[in-house]
Ligand binder design. Structure first.
Ligand SMILES: *Cc1c(COP(=O)(O)O)cnc(C)c1O
Length: 379
């Protein structure tokens, strides 16, 4: 493997099996919408314990599809966290709905159920919970709020394939859960995503949405003129994923537990290394949960975050910041979120840095990251 000049914050792990799986598809009859789609869906469904899975072009289209299936439209409010990638809220806007930001918990950095309660109105239709860094949200509380107010719960599990909440894998807990298979995520298909659900009605809507709203299923059509016939029942998109990508996904799924094990090892090494560092706040882990550790986010205290960040980059450490609160982006500022503030999210944002974390990170590389950060913050 070639030496990387910069140790990135995240990176895919691809081996010969993955490459061969893709090459096999290239030599087969189907490049897209062939047998690998269902095989990949089945692999993720059985891993997570969900009944249905819909593989789709990426994590963002997965969220768009989930909002569509949930029936989000004009006038509907959907409560989500500001401390996430913009797609977690953009998906609501795609459907004509209004994202409403609830503040985060100062320990887990995940959406705070108490603040969800405060943001509920007559227009609230759904909650999108994001498992930041792979740490599961307080799903029991979120489900009980949803039940009280008759809301749909969507989990943005882009970081959380393999995460466990009270003995259950993320993916089988709520009405719908979405995953992303972008290269930095727990497994990759290059670009790719999936929606998990136990609900047959939602499943059917997701499948329609993935491919133009078109069906060839006789039981869904208003009439059938012959074997060539199909009908467009709704306005969907071309959000299909390819067989090439799903072959890679199947191969990656076989290694997911190995990836998770290495991520957890690395996290333990980071945690132990920073245990006596007063200026480095390590991630808090909610009891009864296991994070898949997509990200390792620390807070840097009593130091200028920007200076620490820039020095780490100068020293070849590809740190990042997850995330800029979504409502702070100019697009949101200009579309009604000018005066929105979530105090905890903004406080956390001002201190956080994501350190390198991925299965291929070596102990030596990690030691270099640890020593460099310690010297900057504690030296
Ligand atoms: C990566 C990510 C997405 C979007 O996934 P893509 O596959 O890149 O479209 C959505 N939400 C969160 C929290 C993410 O990290």
């Amino acid at each position: 493997m070639e030496e990387l000049f910069m140790i990135p914050y995240g990176r895919q792990t691809i081996d010969e099996d993955d490459i061969n799986a893709v090459v096999d598809v290239l030599k087969s009859d189907y490049l897209t919408t062939g047998p690998k789609i269902a095989e990949f869906e089945q692999a993720v469904a059985s891993y997570t314990g969900a009944k249905y899975a819909v593989a789709i072009s990426n994590g963002t289209s997965a969220l768009h599809a989930a909002c569509f299936a949930a029936g989000i439209g004009q006038g509907d409010e959907v409560i989500t966290t500001p401390l996430t990638f913009a797609a977690s809220a953009n998906c609501v806007l795609y459907c004509g709905g209004t994202p409403v930001f609830a503040d985060v918990d100062p320990y887990t950095y995940n959406i705070d159920p108490e603040d969800i309660r405060k943001k509920i109105t007559d227009k609230t239709k759904a909650i999108i919970a994001v498992h930041l860094a792979g740490q599961p949200c307080d799903m029991d509380e979120i489900h009980s709020i949803a039940q009280e107010h008759n809301l749909i719960v969507i989990e943005d599990g882009a970081h959380a394939l393999g995460s466990v909440y009270k003995g259950k894998k993320v993916g089988c807990l709520s009405d719908m859960t979405t995953f992303s298979f972008h290269p930095v995520k727990p497994i990759t298909t290059g670009e790719g995503g999936m929606i998990m659900t136990d609900n047959e009605e939602l499943y059917k809507r997701l499948v329609l949405f993935r491919s133009h709203g078109i069906t060839r299923d006789n039981s869904m059509m208003t009439r059938n003129e012959g074997p060539w016939f199909y009908q467009q029942l709704d306005l969907g998109y071309n959000y299909r994923i390819t067989d090439i990508q799903c072959a890679l996904g199947c191969s990656q799924m076989r290694k997911l537990d190995k990836f998770l094990k290495r991520r957890r090892e690395l996290v333990e090494r980071y945690n132990n290394a920073f245990i006596e560092c007063d200026n480095i706040v390590t991630p808090y882990q909610l009891p009864d949960t296991q994070s898949g550790w997509h990200l390792y986010i620390v807070q840097v205290k009593n130091h200028d975050r920007k200076q620490v960040f820039e020095t780490l980059r100068d020293k070849g450490i590809g740190v990042n910041v997850h995330y800029i609160p979504v409502y702070m982006h100019p697009y949101y500022r200009e579309h009604g979120y000018k005066d929105i503030h979530c105090a905890n999210a903004e406080e956390i944002y001002s201190h956080i840095i994501s350190l390198p974390l991925y299965p291929g990170l070596t102990d030596e590389q990690q030691d270099y990251v640890i020593d460099t950060l310690k010297q900057l913050c504690e030296g």
